[in-house]
Write a protein that binds this ligand. Structure first.
Ligand code: FES
Ligand SMILES: [Fe+2]
Length: 315
């Protein structure tokens, strides 16, 4: 998207910043998300940790040569050690007294659904909800997830909006008919489902199908297709903001084993191809903070109102 001032800030929430399998024991990775330089590492006991990257001592980047030592990361410059859980400096090899303020910012981290999530909050408040555990990923009736990741030149909110934008499915993705969709908000308002119903002809007969799209916060969502007994298609995704103009989207797709080689494959293809159709629009669009909506755009209006809760007021 075009980098202008109208783009919103970075919404608060949980975001996947890596796949679990990418981070082996004692491995260290450099990350850039939320317009911040970060270091991701796996401690000796196997915990994934994320800290702000620049050492408070003389400013070395902890991911550029830093090494895991037990539960800490050791700075590559003078070997000060920072605890992964708290970010506090816990050892200076050539000095007994540790300056009490020697610490880097720690970022709350959780590993789930094969991904490593980091909590971002503008005012550094603690997480007030948990990353959902997706049962399909551990259910033996479902296939090993197929994973996919792509960098997108768009604000994380605009990417989420796109998933709900019914008209663009016809215009950009040439979908023949776009079913009526209903938005159902959870009582706390943070979570919502978009549900649509269709009738679909399949090799096994005609079925009443339900397409369910769940959204936990800006950037975390799932798509599920159900209706044929004993079968299902499921996609979980997390899109993490790199900055106000770029994001990385990670998807894990699974299907029941009885249809993974047929409908599953087609579905995986259709979802990933769909993204490529969006790219040209995304790359060149601006963000409209006050879009001119028409009467039929009710869902977009509802979505925009819902997004407000994820931004800190003074940010
Ligand atoms: S810059 Fe990190 S220990 Fe000196
Ligand atoms: Fe799209």
């Amino acid at each position: 998207m075009v980098e202008d001032e109208s783009a919103p800030g970075i919404p608060n929430g949980w975001y996947a910043v890596a796949w679990s399998h990418e981070l082996g024991p004692a491995e260290v990775k450099r990350l850039h998300y939320f317009s911040e330089e970060l270091v991701l590492f796996r401690t000796r006991t196997g915990r994934a940790r994320v800290l702000s990257a620049y050492c408070p001592h003389l400013g070395a980047h902890l991911a550029e040569g830093g090494r895991v030592a037990g539960e800490t990361i050791r700075c590559p410059f003078h070997a000060w050690q920072y605890d992964g859980e708290t970010g506090a400096c816990v050892a200076i090899p050539y000095c007994e007294r540790i300056p009490p303020k020697a610490r880097v910012r720690k970022w709350e981290t959780v590993e789930r659904n094969g991904m490593i999530f980091v909590w971002h909050h503008d005012r550094q408040a603690d997480p007030d909800w948990e990353v959902p555990e997706i049962s399909q990923f551990s259910d033996p009736a479902w296939s090993e997830p197929r994973i996919f990741e792509i960098e997108v030149p768009v604000h994380v909110q605009d990417m989420a909006e796109n998933n709900l934008d019914p008209v663009h499915f016809q215009v950009v993705h040439s979908s023949v008919d776009v079913p009526e969709t209903e938005l159902i908000f959870a009582p706390d308002g943070r979570f919502f489902s978009a549900v649509s119903h269709t009738e679909q002809e399949t090799p096994w007969g005609t079925f009443k199908m339900e397409l369910l799209r769940d959204t936990w916060c800006i950037g975390m969502s799932s798509v599920e297709s159900r209706g044929i007994p004993e079968t299902g298609l499921y996609m979980f995704s997390s899109t993490a903001p790199i900055d106000r103009y770029h994001a990385i989207s990670r998807w894990a797709l699974t299907a029941t084993k009885n249809m993974v080689d047929t409908a599953g494959e087609e579905w995986f293809d259709a979802l990933t191809k769909g993204l490529r159709d969006d790219m040209r629009i995304w790359t060149h669009k601006v963000h409209r903070s006050e879009p001119m909506l028409c009467e039929a755009d009710k869902m977009l209006g509802d979505f925009r109102r819902w997004t407000k809760q994820f931004y800190s007021q003074d940010a």
